[in-house]
Design a protein. Structure first.
Length: 470
C-alpha cells in the first residue's frame, strides 16, 4: 500500500521485523484504524493533499507509518492545529487523529469549538476508555466501575459518568457527519472502514466537519487477551456508547468561504492601517555604550498606568531603526493596583530570548512594581520610578543608578494625567541615551495615526520627560 511507508525508517532504527511492524501492543485497535485511514486516502487519490495531525498519546507516532503531510501537536491541541492547517491551505484534506484522554479531556475545549465552527476537517477519535500511553489512568470515557491506575477501586460517583463524545459533537450545529463505530468483529470493522472513508470524502470538496468515534481495544491496560478485549468492548462499552450514525446532515459548501491566505505586503500593510512608507532612521548605530549589544528593559505599573503602551512604543522605535526588538506583555489580574508589566529586549543583531529577568533598565510606576522588580535590576543598570506615586526606593543594589521622576505630576501640569507613561519614556531616553529622541517621537506619531491633538500633548510630555531624565 503506497500510503504506508515501505519501511518504517523512524521506528526502532528500522531493523528486521521492527521495520515492518507498528509499535502498538498486540490487539490494539490503532493498527486497524491506521489501515482504514491509509486505504481511504489511497482509494480517494488524496495522498498528496492529506495532512494528518497527531498529538501526545498512543497515536503520537502516526508519522512513522503514513506517507502524507504530518504535524505533531501538543497534548489536546490537534483539532486546533488541524483548523490552522485548513485555513492556511483550504485545498488540503486535514485529519485530526486523537485518543480519548487527549480529545475528551485535555482537548475538550478545542474539539468543541472547532466542531461548532464546522470548518471542513475530519476527526478520527479512538476511544479505548483509558489513558493508554501514559500509564492507564482514568480517562473521560472510562466506564463506571472500570479500574484504572488512578481509580484502583473502579470509577465511582465522585469521578462522574463517562463522556459520550459522539453525541456531544452531534448536538452541535457545525458538524455534518458524526458516527460511532467499533472493531470487535468483521461486520463492525467494515462499518468503521466505510465511516472513515466517508469522513475523508466530505473533505475532498470541502463539504463540512466530520467526526468518527472508534471504540477500540486496549488489552494491555485491561490485562486481558486481544480476544477478551474484543468481547469487553462489545459487552461493556457498546451499551454505554451505542454504535451508529449520530448525525448525517446535508453537506455544506465551504468553497466560497475558505480562501487561500494572501501575503502581499501592500495588502497586509493596508489591513493594519499602515502606509507602507519606511520609517525614518536617526541612529548611526546600535547604542552599545549604554549596556552592550543586547539590552533588556522592564516597564511595570498598575493596570491603567500605560506600561504596556510605553513598552510597545519603545520596541517599535527600535525596530524602525533596523534593530531586532521584542515586546512581551504580562497583564496582572488586577484592573487597578498590583503589577502589570512588559519585557522589552533590544538587540543589535538578534534577540535570543525575549525574557528580561534582570533588566538593565526598570521603569516603575507604582510601589509594588518597584518592590517586585527593583532588586533584580542588573548591576550598572538604572531604576527610573514615578516619584509622584512612590515616595522612596528601598532595598536596591548600590551598584544600580536610581532616578526619581515625578511623571504623574508633570502629566497633570499638562492637563493630561494619562500621559505619565510618555513622560517616563522621555525620561528613559534622557537618562540612558538608548535611542535618539527623534526616533521615539516618530514612533509616537506613527502610532497615533495622524491624531494631531493627541500628538501635541504627547510630544510635550515626552520632551519634559527627557529634560527630567537628564
Amino acid at each position: 500500500m503506497s500510503v504506508f511507508y515501505e519501511r518504517f525508517e523512524r521506528h526502532d532504527h528500522a531493523q528486521g521485523l521492527k521495520a515492518r511492524g507498528t509499535h502498538y501492543c498486540a490487539g490494539c485497535g490503532h493498527g486497524l484504524v491506521h489501515r482504514y485511514l491509509a486505504e481511504a486516502i489511497e482509494a480517494l487519490g488524496i495522498q498528496d493533499r492529506t495532512v494528518a495531525v497527531s498529538p501526545v498519546g498512543c497515536a503520537v507516532f502516526l508519522y512513522y507509518y503514513l506517507d502524507v503531510g504530518n504535524t505533531q501537536a501538543a497534548h489536546g491541541r490537534a483539532s486546533a492545529v488541524a483548523l490552522g492547517h485548513k485555513l492556511a491551505n483550504p485545498e488540503a484534506v486535514v485529519v485530526s487523529y486523537q485518543g480519548d484522554g487527549d480529545l475528551a479531556s485535555i482537548g475538550l475545549l478545542e474539539i468543541m469549538q472547532v466542531a461548532q465552527l464546522g470548518v471542513p476537517i475530519a476527526v478520527v477519535f479512538v476511544n479505548n476508555a483509558v489513558y493508554g500511553m501514559t500509564g492507564g489512568q482514568l480517562a473521560p470515557t472510562t466506564l463506571v466501575g472500570q479500574k484504572t491506575t488512578t481509580t484502583p477501586e473502579g470509577r465511582g460517583r465522585l469521578e462522574g459518568s463517562p463522556l459520550k463524545m459522539a453525541e456531544l459533537i452531534a448536538s452541535l450545529d457545525g458538524p455534518v457527519y458524526v458516527e460511532r463505530v467499533a472493531l470487535f468483529d468483521a461486520k463492525q470493522r467494515k462499518r468503521a472502514e466505510k465511516a472513515i472513508r466517508k469522513a475523508l470524502s466530505l473533505q475532498i470538496n470541502n463539504e463540512g466537519f466530520a467526526f468518527v468515534e472508534v471504540l477500540a481495544e486496549c488489552p494491555t491496560h485491561l490485562k486481558v487477551t486481544p480476544s477478551e478485549a474484543e468481547r469487553w468492548v462489545r459487552e461493556q462499552m457498546v451499551p454505554v456508547f451505542p454504535l451508529g450514525v449520530k448525525k448525517d446532515a446535508t453537506p455544506v459548501d465551504w468553497k466560497g468561504t475558505l480562501r487561500t491566505p494572501r501575503f502581499d505586503a501592500a495588502e497586509v500593510l493596508a489591513a493594519i492601517g499602515a502606509d507602507g512608507e519606511p520609517a525614518p532612521r536617526f541612529c548611526k548605530g546600535f547604542p552599545r555604550n549604554a549596556f552592550g549589544d543586547d539590552v533588556g528593559v522592564k516597564v511595570a505599573g498598575a493596570g491603567g498606568d500605560g506600561a504596556q503602551t510605553a513598552a510597545m512604543l519603545l520596541a517599535r522605535a527600535a525596530i524602525a531603526e533596523g534593530f531586532d526588538a521584542t515586546h512581551i506583555p504580562s497583564y496582572g489580574p488586577e484592573s487597578r493596583g498590583g503589577t502589570s508589566y512588559a519585557d522589552v529586549r533590544l538587540a543589535e543583531r538578534e534577540v535570543l530570548s525575549p525574557d528580561v529577568p534582570h533588566p538593565h533598565v526598570l521603569v516603575a510606576f507604582n510601589a509594588p512594581s518597584l518592590a517586585k522588580f527593583g532588586p533584580a535590576v542588573a548591576r550598572g543598570g538604572i531604576v527610573l520610578y514615578d516619584s509622584s506615586a512612590v515616595r522612596e526606593a528601598h532595598a536596591l543594589d548600590p551598584g544600580v543608578r536610581v532616578l526619581a521622576v515625578p511623571c504623574t505630576e508633570i502629566a497633570r501640569e499638562l492637563g493630561q494625567p494619562l500621559v505619565k507613561n510618555i513622560v517616563a519614556l522621555g525620561a528613559l531616553v534622557g537618562a540612558t541615551g538608548l535611542l535618539p529622541e527623534e526616533t521615539l517621537l516618530a514612533a509616537m506619531q506613527r502610532a497615533l495615526g495622524g491624531k494631531r491633538a493627541g500628538a501635541g500633548v504627547n510630544e510635550e510630555a515626552f520632551r519634559r520627560g527627557v529634560a527630567a531624565g537628564r
